[in-house]
Design a protein around this ligand. Sequence first.
Ligand SMILES: O=C(O)CCC(=O)C(=O)O
Ligand SMILES: [Fe+2]
Length: 277
Amino acid sequence: MVNSPSFLGYTRLGAETTASKTDLREQFDFGTPGMKPWSEKDDPLWQRLEGDNQYPDHPGAQALVEEYMARSAELSQKFMHCVSECLSLPPTTFASFKGEMDRLKFIKYPQAPPGSQGVGPHKDSSGLFTFLSQDDTGGLQVLNKNGEWIDAPPVEGSLVVNIQQGLEAITGGVCAATTHRVVAPTTKTRHSIAFFLAVRMDLTTEELRESAAHIVKRIPASDDKKKRAVDVPSEFLSPLYSCFGEAYMRNRILSHPDVGQRWYPELYEKYSQQKLQ
Ligand SMILES: O=C(O)CCC(=O)C(=O)O
Ligand SMILES: [Fe+2]
């Protein structure tokens, strides 16, 4: 991944940081193929997050990744319609928020001493929803409304769906982003595959406030529930960033400091000193 300004490719064990601690996992990150090349002259820096994949040197890997991404994109399209209906909104309400490059990650967690951090507490930040497939090892946990960690145990043939910060921001916090983590396995290796449905990176906080107000008005949640949900902090809603792309760039740089330092040294310095407001 260190060769990719788009944070795509292989991340070795120990190179990723979440909640200021090193994660015990290795992974391959891929994006929807065929993105427009970044132009230094015309495009904002965050546009560079959309780039070319680095495929492993393994027969069939590229075809498999591309098929997995295409089918997940199709599924997520239907899922978004269902979510809109559940919120009593027209089925295509979220269509105009959909971003260009979805992401797919193949993750491996090696055995570790009890209580080790596979991946630390976080909210997914590149988009609207995450569709997660996990093997039968267990270790995925979700924070409930009382602030307790509860297991999200493997259920064969199922996907875990996380709400990402993009949807949280768009719905004014009514659909709160899922805070989750993985406790490292102690007796065997754990594998998981995560598909991240992209949100539009050019969406500015101003546009967002307008559309969120419009959507929130129409979602039939109690005012009390709406208010509490908005209290969840989100880097996407931080006044520090003018659009989703910028907020996502910060997230990538702090999660993958080696890549951040190589390609975006000035931003790395800035973000590592900045407290999220
Ligand atoms: O491995 C898992 O089950 C979760 C992975 C995850 O939350 C992530 O990579 O964002
Ligand atoms: Fe996650």
